[in-house]
Design a protein around this ligand. Structure first.
Ligand SMILES: Nc1nc2c(ncn2[C@@H]2O[C@H](COP(=O)(O)OP(=O)(O)OP(=O)(O)O)[C@@H](O)[C@H]2O)c(=O)[nH]1
Length: 315
């Protein structure tokens, strides 16, 4: 892959209160990039949060919320704070440029600009963004299974907790443990154990495919699935699917006292985030239910709500 290959197909958000300026930049970039635009700061922030562009080209002088205020607001918003911002402005003094860079911009272009220079600088910023994204992805991913690692899970849990608290939506988690995995390693070897972890993780990932769902490896053979905006009923349906999908893998486990094939036990919990409790309550609750599922014979899930009997796999 070459330097320019890395840079194509970015999504650019142009923010400028003058439509004619938007059009000039659009004409300059549309051959190489997907281009979005906003004519004011608040709309730009909303589009950035929803469309997650790879780069924002931001005018400095706009009525109401100016470019510096937009830049500060974006930098203070967790889900968009890493999107690079390039000022494209009629301002041209060194102090304007300094102010933009200090506000968190990565580049500053004064108008009138040269189209070829803008294109090249956009490509440069997109390449840097791609590389940063790739590095970030590595630090957030479990190397063996390719699902999120525990650190990624913890960060997402905090974010989703706050998001669900704001929107009054529930947040659910399923704690999942492969049954008798020590026996599996002992019987089939550590390499086969690794392969088993990969297959089980891939099967579970298919069971929760909404963009906000997050499957993470929580410990050795322990996984956790976070289901934002999902209550007990939805999470229980996902747990049932996981039981079926893992069973359908039909991975022989001759050393298991529970089943002839690899099986999982799960704890399901859901909560409406509020002032009185922290995110750790959700995890503790899912963990308690996992313990119950193990106690009741494994290859099943238990649900954190009064009166729920441990649900057994139908097979
Ligand atoms: N192959 C492999 N094994 C792992 C990995 N991480 C943890 N393990 C093994 O997973 C096993 C977990 O054992 P236990 O905690 O006793 O759990 P278990 O045997 O599944 O028993 P129950 O959970 O009670 O059904 C240990 O033998 C670990 O060595 C890994 O990355 N690869």
């Amino acid at each position: 892959m070459s330097w320019t290959d890395l840079a194509v197909n970015g999504r650019i958000l142009i923010v400028d209160d003058a439509m004619e300026n938007v059009q000039v930049l659009y004409q300059a970039l549309r051959d190489e990039q997907e281009v979005l635009f906003a004519l004011d700061g608040p709309t730009a922030i909303e589009i950035a949060r929803q469309q997650l562009p790879d780069l924002i080209l931001l005018d400095a002088v706009m009525p109401g919320m100016d470019g510096y205020a937009v830049c500060a607001a974006l930098r203070a918003t967790p889900e968009v704070q890493d999107i690079p911002i390039m000022f494209v402005t009629a301002l041209s003094q060194p102090e304007d440029e300094t102010r933009a860079l200090e506000a968190g911009a990565v580049d500053f272009i004064s108008k009138p600009f040269n189209v070829a220079v803008v294109r090249a600088r956009v490509r440069t910023q997109l390449t840097v963004k791609r590389q940063a994204d790739a590095m970030r992805e590595l630090t957030l991913t479990d190397a063996l299974t390719g699902v999120a690692n525990r650190r990624h899970f913890n960060d997402t849990l905090e974010l989703e907790w706050r998001r669900c608290a704001r929107s009054g939506m529930p947040l659910a988690a399923i704690m999942i443990d492969i049954d008798h995995f020590k026996h599996y390693n002992d019987a089939y070897g550590h390499q086969a154990g690794d392969l088993c972890l990969q297959k089980v993780a891939a099967a579970m990932k298919q069971c929760a495919s909404r963009p906000q769902d997050l499957l993470a490896r929580y410990g050795g053979e322990e996984f956790i699935l976070l289901l934002p905006q999902e209550g007990v009923a939805g999470a229980t349906a996902v747990a049932r699917r996981i039981l079926d999908e893992v069973d359908a893998l039909a991975l022989p486990h001759a050393a298991s006292p529970t089943s002839s094939v690899v099986s999982v036990s799960m704890g399901v919990a859901a909560i409406e985030p509020g002032e009185s409790a922290g995110a750790d309550l959700l995890i503790r609750s899912a963990d308690e239910q996992l313990y119950r599922a193990k106690q009741h014979g494994r290859n099943r899930y238990c649900v954190a709500s009064a009166g729920d009997a441990p649900a057994r796999h139908s097979a």
